[in-house]
Design a protein around this ligand. Structure first.
Ligand SMILES: [Zn+2]
Length: 327
């Protein structure tokens, strides 16, 4: 039995074909349309699934189903997607599952939250294997997270558990993209990091960040831009990433104190790009805040990187795909 998994992101659509044993048999990638609304997004998803199926030499008609990981909240009963405001024309609820099922002629399409499905993938197939109590933190444009407790994804009373980016690390601190103050994401999310870098540059702080962004032709200060600036010894980049590491350390340690997990995984664009040294620095920043001895906690880089979302979306189709009902 083969299933397709699709990670629908703000900039790209990543698709994989997964075999019954969880092995990745094929893949394809497309760009998230910036206009054309849900119809264009559905067409792109269908195209990526077809291309991935072709690369796996599996006819689309033989797929057991398609799983989709998407930003926003998914109604578990209808498969409607809410609040994926960074996708074009998704300001209103979109029946994404039904639309993709129609476009591909596939009976079963399951939609889940992107962070939740990526966590499912790391837990079942990646660096979280073997841990029943696990916190996964994705540091990217924002900072998301999810919890596995007792071997199961913990959704919380309203499906919003794991929002570690909005744990407060500085009371009355920097403005977070969520509109509140002092959240960890206000220091460690890429949107906030870029805002801080531009504000500092505007006051005359010397930095190569903007020049590097231009050279790499990135519309935003991507994780690759930060990596290049750190490697070049840019003092502002170091100062802001130091601050991000401290915020991540404080928030993650506080979360660990509350729920007492066995392991913490760090993923997301920043985690993947800055890699092992970044994770070791976060681990060090956690130590002064941890209630239990640090030796009792495993802190690791996620293993599936860019594929976590698509692989986890494919897992939504397997019998234990409980994440489909979250958010
Ligand atoms: Zn916030």
């Amino acid at each position: 039995m083969h299933t397709a998994g699709v990670d629908l992101g703000g900039t790209k659509v990543q698709g994989v074909i997964v075999g019954h044993d969880g092995a990745k048999l094929g893949e394809a990638r497309g760009k998230t349309p910036v206009e054309g609304g849900p119809a264009a997004v559905v067409a792109e998803i269908a195209g990526v699934v077809k291309a991935a199926a072709k690369s796996a030499k599996v006819p689309v008609g033989k797929l057991a189903g398609v799983g989709i990981g998407s930003p926003g909240r998914v109604d578990p009963d209808t498969g409607d997607l809410y609040g994926a405001a960074n996708l074009p024309g998704f300001g209103q609820p979109v029946p994404l599952g039904a639309l993709v099922a129609g476009a591909l002629g596939v009976k079963r399409v399951v939609v889940g939250n992107d962070v939740v499905v990526a966590t499912l993938a790391e837990h079942r197939l990646g660096a979280g294997r073997g841990f029943d109590d696990l916190l996964v933190v994705f540091a990217g444009s924002g900072v998301g997270g999810a919890l596995v407790l007792g071997g199961k994804l913990h959704a919380g009373a309203h499906g919003a558990a794991g929002e570690i980016g909005h744990v407060v690390v500085v009371d009355g601190g920097e403005l977070c993209p969520c509109g509140r103050r002092g959240c960890m994401e206000a220091y460690a999310g890429r949107v906030a990091l870029e805002r801080a870098a531009r504000a500092a540059a505007a006051t005359g702080r010397p930095t190569e960040l903007l020049a590097i962004q231009q050279r790499l032709r990135r519309p935003r200060m991507s994780s690759g831009v930060w990596k290049a600036a750190l490697d070049a010894g840019d003092p502002l980049a170091h100062e802001l990433i130091d601050r991000a590491v401290e915020a991540l350390g404080a928030a993650i340690a506080s979360a660990v104190n509350l729920v007492d997990v066995q392991a913490v995984l760090i993923g997301g664009g920043l985690g993947d790009k800055l890699g092992e040294p970044f994770v070791r620095r976060i681990e060090t920043a956690m130590i002064p805040h941890l209630f239990l001895p640090p030796a009792q906690l495993v802190v690791r880089l996620g293993e599936l990187g860019d594929y976590a979302g698509a692989m986890g979306a494919a897992l939504l189709l397997s019998g234990d795909g409980q994440a489909g009902a979250r958010r």
